[in-house]
Design a protein. Sequence first.
Length: 313
Amino acid sequence: MNVLITGGAGFIGSHLCKLLTERGDKVICLDNLITGFRKNIENLIGTDNFTFIEHDISQSFHLDEDIDWVYHFASLASPKHYLNYPIKTLKSGLLGTHNCLGIAKDKKAKFILASTSEVYGDPTVHPQPEEYWGNVSSIGPRSCYDESKRGAESLTYAYLRQHQVDVRVARIFNTYGPNMHPDDGRVVSNFITQSLAEKDLTIYGDGSQTRSFCYIDDLVKGLLKLTEIDYHQPVNLGNPAEFTIKELADLVLKETQSGSKIKNLPLPEDDPKRRRPDITKAKELLSWQPTVPLEKGLEKTIDYFRKVIRGKD
Ligand code: UDP
């Protein structure tokens, strides 16, 4: 298969590039390297089945080669980044998705969108099934991400209806693992890097808010399964095991054997209070469910961050 993947040097994108090239696909990886890192794809650059192009997908892009799939994974996905770059976030979600769908239509390729649990906003339904329409502010600080992904989904279904582009939409819940950037600002990377440096762990609010964390290997297996079936509606991909942020902090402290203390900081505006995927659909359609428990996934992620930090010294 010939595959175009945007955001291929990013966290999830780089794992996809690895898996796809390993199974023999020819991958063209696009990334503007704003939050992606060349290091994530270093081992692939120069190999036969892999081409890296530094490009911002919110700008138009012409491809000479025929392709079978477009994976649109370019996005500023961490609150720290999308709050700093709201316009870029909107552009990659809206213009980037439009450009990718245009390429898919032109090449008669299939298209998969990396959507997000943020389309549910601060949910009033728990756990969140795909049928839930969400509780999202269109003007708040997170709206640049949430609304651009909702717009991206809308564009995706417009191309399905109007141009019969063969689309898939994965609603990805909090994911963690190797290739996350240490300065990414997300809770797992923050807590691990803070613990390893014996610095205070920054809990926003009282730590009673919940998230459900999926290990990257589980997630990418689900994503590939979604490309293998003929189903066009959104599918939640995430780990339904739900933890408070305080529980996560305690687990990270235990696993790193750190003497760090906890420091409570103000809760960001519009921070969702509870989040947990209903993965009934993924179980039924994909015969998929996560298998890596948080403790195990954290161990591997901690090992990864130890190496990254050592490399920095
Ligand atoms: N969070 C925290 N401390 C941090 C980073 C994040 O307490 O150093 C909280 C954040 O307020 C949110 C949760 O952890 O409630 C998950 O945040 P993250 O940025 O990882 O992803 P989100 O699920 O909000 O997109």
